[in-house]
Design a protein around this ligand. Structure first.
Ligand SMILES: NC(=O)c1ccc[n+]([C@@H]2O[C@H](COP(=O)([O-])OP(=O)(O)OC[C@H]3O[C@@H](n4cnc5c(N)ncnc54)[C@H](OP(=O)(O)O)[C@@H]3O)[C@@H](O)[C@H]2O)c1
Length: 178
């Protein structure tokens, strides 16, 4: 079985990007040279599963910084070839979260980093997220792309810890109660 894990930053009002996808507000705060635990987190991850929105945002930055294989879930991209410079690093797949995780399990993966707002919402609704590290940036955006959606169920969380950084970032770790 593959477990899903979230490591993401939001504005204090819960947005992961502006409406147009911009994360300038996040990059500004990420320049303080603080260790927010990403390297430790990614060290225990076998594969990254992201949505098309996140893939396209990363591609627009012009640099591929992932050190793990990436699976992009997308009906649109699955019709296209993976760009030659990303062959062997990225795959496009038009499958449900359940089928994607089953495929990854059959390949021997254990822990997947799930990234992208809409993708995380889908995985949460399907009970496929084990835990979430959410770093809140001290800014109110007022509008944008939300981390969480309108899941009709309550999702109970166990708070595992919170730490704050001199930059003002506040990071909390939650396990999803099954
Ligand atoms: N703050 C942070 O830490 C952080 C982290 C990650 C991303 N971001 C930002 O967030 C934005 C991207 O997030 P997003 O919420 O807009 O998009 P997303 O979740 O990355 O991608 C959504 C797209 O994935 C595809 N998809 C395939 N299967 C899906 C499923 N089961 N559920 C939902 N979508 C599925 C759909 O595209 P198709 O129509 O092609 O199928 C859908 O439009 C970017 O601006 C990025 O920079 C911020």
């Amino acid at each position: 079985m593959v477990t899903g894990h979230v490591f993401i930053a939001t504005s204090l009002d819960g947005f992961i990007a502006r409406e147009n996808g911009d994360i300038d507000w996040l990059l500004k705060h990420d320049q303080a040279g603080e260790d927010h635990g990403y390297d430790d987190f990614i060290g225990d991850i076998d594969v990254i599963v992201m949505g098309r929105g996140t893939y396209e945002a990363v591609r627009s930055m012009g640099q591929w910084f992932y050190t793990r294989p990436v699976l992009v879930l997308s009906a649109q991209l699955a019709q296209q070839e993976v760009p030659s410079e990303l062959k062997g690093k990225v795959r496009f797949l038009d499958k449900s979260p359940g089928k994607a995780m089953a495929m990854l399990a059959s390949e021997g993966a254990r822990r997947a980093y799930v990234d992208g707002g809409r993708i995380i919402q889908s995985f949460l609704e399907l009970d496929m997220i084990s835990d979430m590290v959410i770093t809140r940036v001290p800014i109110l955006l007022g509008s944008g792309r939300p981390l969480f959606g309108a899941d009709p169920r309550d999702v109970a969380l166990a708070h595992k810890g919170t730490r704050s950084f001199p930059s003002g970032l506040v990071q909390s770790h939650y396990e999803v109660v099954k």
